[in-house]
Design a binder for this molecule. Structure first.
Ligand code: SF4
Length: 469
């Protein structure tokens, strides 16, 4: 056998034994498989975290979590037992193992992970860094691309990820981030979305998201998707749920499987592609229960289950980690690896973000191992542009970590903007990844995150005017 940079080994999925955690020592198989039990026993605060790990973890770890929640955290704690159980999956967790664990690193952030002081945030980091709110055609419906929309049906999830790109809106307020609130009632918002889609036949593709659709009562989700299926121009519907991995028990409930079966049948009869999109960032999160949930969706008539992960330093930012994850998804769980997004430029995320150059190297290094259709594209979601493959960059100043991007369509707010297609849009590498000369260049500029956030509020100007020479 030829020696290769990545050695493929078929691995069997394993459900970690939750009884190794003191708080779950007496939990039965039946309880574990219950979505309700999982929801009731989510960890939402320090007291509950101690209840799970007790003295396995040092006081310093709990203090580290507490300091992060009180200081920089943009998302509050919310961890289903299923998700906790995938941290340090093969042994009784110690403090050191927890600190090093990739799932812990993005789902249970600690203050000591973040970069210190102003370095924690890029000067151009912003809440709603993708400007989705500005592109709402009606409340919660982002019309950014010519033929597709994002429908944010709700602002909660069964689990909260530390790096959530929708930190502006999703989840409970934290000391650092008071959240925006939807103004319309859910039913009115959904009605407004369906009305917009009926009168906008150029939209053929609807991503139904949030938040996470697993937090909608299923009958409400079914009613909305059934409404979409009645609109002749809608040809693709994708339901976004990280809970397929974080709380697979939800998608295995009898009523949910039966309801997905009804939607799958109608979609097939009408020639519409109904898919589920999930969000898995680490191979160890792919367990037999996750595979069972994905396969239940496929059996219910969903055309595909796809993964959209986020590229995160310390979690999956090596070719080996990405390939291990893709093979776990593809071989073991019938989930198609689809995208890895570069982590968006939200506040306090610099320790997670990687440079464009690193993302390009990773894309290069994962090519050729997976089937073409299951080889994920690594994409940069460029503000005011949208997803671009990392090699599509038009120009790249590696010293200052500024990449320049173009686009070939107008977003919903640029109908009358003559220059939209000629403009170049910017994205920024983490300053900590730059050579010394690049770091010095940034250090000479105002890097006060508060001032930067105010500046980023008008970040169209920041995008087009670029930086002082
Ligand atoms: S599941 Fe998605 S929307 Fe919810 S917190 Fe995680 S990244 Fe954000």
């Amino acid at each position: 056998m030829l020696e290769q940079p990545y050695e493929y080994v078929a691995r069997e999925l394993v459900e970690p034994d939750w009884r190794r955690l003191p708080g779950f020592a007496d939990v039965t198989d039946e309880q574990w498989r219950s979505a309700q039990w999982q929801r009731v026993n989510c960890v939402k605060n320090l007291r509950q975290l101690r209840g799970v790990y007790g003295e396995l973890l040092d006081e310093s770890f709990y203090a580290d979590v507490e300091a992060d929640q009180a200081g920089r955290a943009t998302m509050s704690l919310l961890l289903p037992p299923q998700m906790l159980n995938t941290m340090v999956p093969a042994e009784v967790p110690s403090t050191a193992a927890m600190l090093a664990d990739p799932v812990r690193r993005y789902m249970l952030p600690v203050a000591s992970d973040r970069l210190p002081g102003a370095a924690a945030s890029h000067p151009y980091a912003a809440r709603d860094s993708l400007h989705e709110h500005e592109m709402w055609a009606v409340e919660g419906l982002t019309h950014r691309y010519p033929t597709k929309v994002l429908a944010e049906l709700l602002s909660t999830c069964p689990q909260y990820c530390g790096h959530c790109t929708r930190m502006d809106l999703v989840g409970n307020s934290t000391p650092a981030v008071p959240k925006l609130k939807f103004e319309l009632k859910p039913v009115d918002r959904q009605t407004a979305m369906l009305d917009y889609l009926r009168r906008t036949p150029g939209v053929r593709d609807v991503v139904v998201s949030g938040g996470d659709v697993a937090n909608l009562p299923f009958k409400n989700l079914e009613a909305f998707v059934a409404g979409l299926l009645e609109i002749e121009s809608v040809r693709d519907i994708r339901l976004a749920s990280k809970a397929l991995m974080g709380l697979p028990q939800h998608w295995l409930q009898d009523d949910v499987v039966a309801g997905m079966g009804r939607l799958g049948t109608t979609a097939r009869e009408r020639g519409v592609s109904l898919a589920v999109h999930t969000h898995v960032n680490s191979a160890q999160s792919v367990t037999p229960l996750v595979a069972e949930a994905a396969q239940a969706m496929l059996a219910a008539g969903v055309r595909d289950v796809r993964n959209q992960g986020v590229l995160l330093e310390g979690v999956n930012a090596t070719a080996g980690q990405l390939l291990d994850l893709c093979f776990a998804l593809q071989d073991g769980a019938s989930i198609t690896p689809y995208y890895f997004y570069m982590c968006d430029m939200i506040p306090s995320a610099e320790h997670w973000r990687v440079s464009l150059a690193q993302a390009q190297t990773l894309q290069h290094d994962i090519m050729g191992y997976l089937p073409g259709f299951a080889t994920p594209r690594i994409v940069c979601d460029v503000p005011y542009v949208g997803k671009r493959w990392v090699h599509q960059v038009a120009e790249y100043d590696r010293e200052r970590g500024i990449s320049y991007w173009t686009k070939n369509y107008r977003t919903g707010i640029e109908r009358t903007d003559e220059a939209a297609l000629d403009r170049r849009y910017t994205y920024y590498d983490p300053i900590s990844t730059l050579p010394e000369s690049g770091r010095a260049w940034w250090a000479e500029r105002d890097s006060d995150p508060v001032a930067a956030e105010a500046r980023a509020a008008g970040s169209r100007a920041a995008s087009v005017a670029d930086l002082p020479a």
